[in-house]
Design a protein around this ligand. Structure first.
Ligand code: NAG
Ligand code: NAG
Ligand code: NAG
Ligand code: NAG
Ligand code: NAG
Length: 567
């Protein structure tokens, strides 16, 4: 009796193990899987996550939230290209949504179709799948010129039907584009994403599945301006009383910002009502995204894949509605536009934790490389984000990264019927956050400067880079002294590559005794910083024309002597 019980127990155990293997939790060559969900224009500062209970349940409670995660360029196509290549926009030179400076054709002509995430993951033995929006300008006329490389299966949204909520155009694998009239865009992206999870569950190879719904992006049909986002029919009665959040910097009495922003008029009630309706549309459109997230987790759980899969949730860039008197849109260096949602859930990722490590979209590919055990490429401008409990603990002991390089070329884009496309929106900025400082410094192509102390002025209304504020103290130092340091840092970042992007201070101070802004403020460096060339422009260009971008290189500090950076 005893023997046969043991035997049946053993065979049960064997059956159970076999069942787990066939359900997908096989070792997949020892590599983890990735599911990457990216929304379009979702804010972190206008409260949209509060309307996404399934994101909170599956990612917030079961994963880690990175509250200081940033995009490095606040517009869709350039941001997505940076994200997929691990490179800053000044290095991809895909800096706009359409030619000559951006869009899918620029991605192709820059040679990036052979040098981006899915290609590298396939080389490492991954199966790769993607549904939804890849990037602007990937369209019914460019989709096969050539096909995006590196994918085992694709169900792309393509222009001009990408942003039509009830008549999207999909282009699948090698088939020609086809419209989907009458069906809700995000629900289709959800179904297609779930199909891919069904596909990868049957394989024993590691996988990457990218799911890129367009919610809560504005609707854009073939003609006319952007119009408000549209929810699925079942969601169109929800949140009708919601308003664009009246943040401290919403429709301020005094103008704020620089360049075209500083000339905006106060919003009147007609415009404010229009903005509130816009926010209702955004929240409604995000309901289907929330459902998508819930279904993805259900499906991963069904196949027993959660133990070996990292799920990342983020947005390509942030969003503002009425802050600084702005029409709905992005394209600014303000916090609303660059600080974006970022959640990670997966093996050994702390559950329900919020961390303040400063991270960016250019760090995402290096992070996947690290998790997959691949060697970092030497041309990555980012570095792995600590995601496991161990890596997070390690990070807080090591020197903390404190800066984010933010850049933009071209026009400010206002969405909706009251805006105007605004020229002279080219700028270089650095967002810098340490234990005792929290700043944004921006130099515009008009040579205007902005400096905000975000500890005292989180709404970024009080520009300290103006002569009347020069006596203000930050870190017990006058603004002029601080600005000299920030300018030198920005000079390195605006043309940085690889380690000069991740570790700019050691580029300025090769002797290694300066690792953050506070170290750099020591008075023994005053003369050195006073002599550095300043970030400036000779013209406002629509793209990266280096001859209009002022000094490109500064000096390094060597025992009190100045050496050019390239030495
Ligand atoms: C995915 O594509 C790669 C590269 O072409 C190939 O080696 C791999 O076998 C494909 N996987 C599947 C499941 O077809
Ligand atoms: C849907 O879009 C296609 C083009 O992609 C167009 O030909 C068709 O008329 C549209 N259908 C509706 C119902 O708008
Ligand atoms: C409100 O502002 C908009 C945009 O400037 C303008 O078109 C409209 O005429 C204004 N409405 C009123 C009632 O002043
Ligand atoms: C744009 O900036 C240039 C300086 O590069 C300036 O001459 C021009 O007046 C500005 N245009 C507008 C509309 O602000
Ligand atoms: C970026 O691309 C534009 C458009 O092709 C080109 O004019 C410019 O020189 C390029 N900039 C750099 C730095 O390569």
């Amino acid at each position: 009796m005893f023997g046969s019980t043991l035997l049946s127990r053993l065979s049960l155990l064997w059956l159970a193990t076999a069942a787990i293997i066939s359900c997908g939790a096989s070792n997949r060559n020892g590599k983890p899987n990735f599911v990457f969900i990216i929304t379009d224009d979702q804010d972190l500062h206008l409260g949209s996550l509060d309307y996404m209970p399934l994101v909170k349940k599956h990612l917030g409670k079961q994963g880690t939230f990175y509250k200081q995660h940033y995009c490095t360029i606040s517009i869709c196509c350039p941001s997505r290209v940076s994200l997929l290549t691990g490179k800053a926009a000044h290095n991809t030179n895909v800096t706009d949504v359409s030619p000559p400076y951006g869009g899918y054709t620029k991605f192709i002509s820059q040679g990036l179709n052979d040098k981006y995430l899915p290609v590298w993951l396939q080389e490492a033995g991954y199966d790769t799948y993607y549904t939804g929006k890849l990037m602007n300008g990937h369209s019914t006329s460019t989709w096969n010129k050539p096909l995006p490389a590196g994918w085992n299966g694709t169900k792309f949204l393509v222009d001009p039907g990408t942003y039509i909520y009830f008549n999207a155009t999909f282009q699948e694998d090698k088939s020609p584009p086809a419209p989907a009239p009458g069906q809700y865009n995000t629900d289709l992206v959800k179904e297609k994403g779930l199909d891919f999870i069904d596909t990868v569950a049957k394989s024993d190879k590691p996988f990457f599945v990218g799911i890129a719904p367009i919610g809560p992006h504005a609707e854009f049909t073939r003609s006319g301006p952007f119009t408000k986002p549209v929810g699925a029919t079942r969601h169109q009665k929800l949140f009708l009383d919601a308003k664009a959040p009246r943040t401290s910097n919403w429709n301020p009495d005094e103008p704020s910002g620089a360049s075209w922003i500083s000339r905006l008029e106060k919003l009147n009630d007609t415009v404010i009502d229009f903005h509130d309706g816009w926010q209702v549309g955004r929240l409604q459109s995000l309901q289907s995204v929330d459902e998508l997230v819930g279904e993805v987790f259900k499906r991963l759980e069904h196949y027993n894949l959660l133990d070996n899969t990292y799920v990342i949730f983020t947005s390509d860039n942030g969003y503002h509605i009425g802050q600084h008197r702005l029409q709905p849109g992005k394209t600014c260096a303000f916090e609303e536009d660059i600080n974006v949602p970022f959640y990670v859930r997966g093996p050994n990722v702390p559950k329900g934790k919020t961390v303040d490590v400063v991270t960016t979209h250019t760090d995402i590919v290096p992070t996947l490389f690290e998790l997959a055990g691949l060697e970092q490429r030497s041309d990555f401008d980012g570095q792995p984000i600590p995601v496991t409990s161990k890596a997070i603990a390690q990070q807080s002991k090591n020197k903390k990264r404190d800066h984010v390089n933010v850049e933009f070329w071209g026009e400010g884009i206002d969405e909706g019927k009251y805006g105007l496309d605004a020229p002279n929106n080219t700028y270089k900025a650095v967002r810098i956050i340490g234990e005792r400082y929290n700043l944004l410094y921006t130099v515009w192509c008009t040579n205007e400067h902005e400096l905000y102390d975000m500890t005292r002025d989180p709404g970024q209304l009080n520009n300290l880079a103006t002569p009347s504020k020069w006596r203000t103290l930050i870190l017990n130092q006058p603004i002029s002294k601080l600005q000299a340091r920030l300018d030198a840092l920005l000079l390195v970042l605006k043309t940085c590559q690889a380690s000069s992007c991740t570790d700019p201070w050691s580029f300025i101070h090769p002797e290694g005794d300066v690792v953050n802004l506070e170290d750099a403020l020591a008075s023994k460096y005053d003369k050195f910083y006073a002599k550095q060339p300043k970030v400036s422009f000779s013209k406002c260009e629509l793209g990266q024309i280096l001859s209009s971008e002022g000094p490109l290189k500064g000096n390094s500090y060597h025992g009190g002597e100045l050496w050019p950076h390239w030495v």
